[in-house]
Ligand binder design. Structure first.
Ligand SMILES: Cc1cc2nc3c(=O)[nH]c(=O)nc-3n(C[C@H](O)[C@H](O)[C@H](O)COP(=O)(O)OP(=O)(O)OC[C@H]3O[C@@H](n4cnc5c(N)ncnc54)[C@H](O)[C@@H]3O)c2cc1C
Length: 397
């Protein structure tokens, strides 16, 4: 066990705090450094949490049950409201969960505090140096921190990724901008714990309405030019609401009503939905990437947060049992194939979401028989993954 090791974790989103908690459990001294002054660079709204992510968190004693709701199935519809297919994970698998992102942050931050893992805000990493004895992180406020290893959980636009590999690829635009809101659901049909998703005429809509009248939705809006979150947020929300209303106007879904019920101040604007299909360099010397920094999938996978949790737990397990020079390649070997397969799957879904008029007709014709005949294993393999945190990490496991 590496009890004398000190890990610097960069990024206080999802992967960072989970890594801190897992490292502490592994007997490794860890501290998390987050760029923003307050809790993570918040994309608010709802988050689909997959069974594999829940299992990964449970492996290090983080229980999301009190903040999560079961989702029994996904229902896919066309713009006419016709059900294209329904997908329910097999009964032997734990259910998909839905939770509010702010609740997850609070749970992770509270758990980190309880376990004595510091999360320090206002620390934007701008540089790093490594030598035979350790790694030094330099922050924008002029301070530095020294550790034995540095775990970069600094998200899809990772500064560390670019520092360890100046040729690392930039995020790829999916052709879609992201929006969402939590609105009053009175008078709307309950979705009965099923996530509904519609390939609308001009935009993709996902929504759920609880029995007690709370509704949440997201819209993926095809948009030619990528816009950063800051650029998209600079556009008045009332203007975005007009675009969204026009995009869903012809759809026979609750889309028009959900948009109508959204107050401009409640609209979540996330900007370009992106992924990074492959990051060639996951580690260099004492530095390793986890979460979106290493494997950013577009939100269409519903797996980004869960994969971030898995990797955070895995890296702690590897560092507990192996020196970092062996731990990092073993970590990469255990993770790369799985995460890149999920990233590719989500990218294919994005093509359907941004389909033009002809592709849309073909999609709506082809999808129902395909979904009926689809072998559930085509989807369930991603949920069946478990992390055995207690088992020693050895090469190849
Ligand atoms: C609109 C949208 C909807 C999504 N929906 C889902 C979903 O339903 N289900 C799902 O599983 N996933 C979803 N995702 C993906 C999911 O949010 C990410 O995969 C997940 O947040 C990755 O966690 P992370 O900790 O690696 O990165 P992040 O959550 O992005 O956290 C990175 C953190 O690092 C900090 N940081 C950045 N640079 C620095 C620096 N230089 N120094 C210090 N700190 C820094 C940031 O401020 C941030 O707090 C969605 C994403 C988007 C954009």
């Amino acid at each position: 066990m590496n009890r004398s090791m000190k890990a610097l974790v960069i990024g206080g989103g999802i992967a960072g705090p989970v890594a801190g908690i897992a490292l502490e459990r592994a007997g490794i001294d860890a501290a998390v450094f987050e760029a923003y002054d307050a809790t993570a660079d918040g994309v608010g709204g709802a988050l689909g949490f997959a069974p594999n992510g829940r299992e990964a968190l449970a492996a290090v004693g983080i229980d999301i049950e009190p903040i999560a709701e079961d989702m029994d199935a996904f229902v896919m519809l066309s713009w006419t409201g016709k059900v294209l297919g329904e997908f329910a994970p097999p009964p032997d698998l734990p259910k998909q969960r839905m939770l509010w992102r702010t609740d997850l942050y609070r749970l992770l931050y509270d758990t980190a505090a309880e376990r004595g893992v510091p999360i320090v805000h206002g620390k934007r990493l701008t540089g790093l140096t490594q030598d035979a004895d350790g790694v030094t992180a330099a922050f924008a406020d002029g301070t530095t921190e020294r550790g034995d290893v540095l775990i970069a959980a600094d998200g899809i636009r990772s500064a560390v990724r670019a520092l360890i590999d100046p040729h690392a690829p930039a995020p790829r635009y999916s052709g879609l901008l992201g929006f969402g809101a939590r609105v009053p659901g009175e008078g709307l049909d309950s979705t009965r714990r099923k996530m509904h998703m519609a390939f609308g005429k001009r935009a993709f809509l996902g929504w759920s309405v609880t029995e007690d009248g709370e509704a949440g939705y997201f819209i993926n809006l095809p948009w030619k030019r990528p816009m950063s979150a800051a650029e998209a947020k600079a556009v008045p929300p009332a203007e975005w609401l007009r675009h969204l209303a026009a995009a869903v106007a012809d759809d026979r879904t609750p889309g028009p009503e959900l948009v109508r019920r959204t107050r401009p101040e409640d609209l979540l604007v996330t900007g370009a939905l992106e992924d990074v299909p492959t990051v060639p360099t996951w580690h260099k010397g004492r530095v390793v990437l986890i979460g979106d920094a290493a494997h950013a999938t577009s939100p269409s996978s519903g797996q980004g947060a869960s994969l971030a949790a898995e990797s955070a737990v895995m890296i702690a397990r590897c560092l507990r049992d192996l020196p970092y020079e062996r731990a990092f390649p073993v970590f990469e070997r255990m993770r790369r194939e799985r995460v890149e397969r999920i990233i590719a799957m989500a990218a294919r879904t994005n093509q359907n979401k941004a389909a033009g008029p002809v592709a849309r007709v073909i999609r709506d014709l082809v999808m129902p028989p395909l979904m009926r005949r689809a072998d559930p294993k085509r989807f369930t393999w991603q949920f069946e993954h478990t992390v055995d945190f207690e088992a020693p990490a050895v090469a190849g496991v």
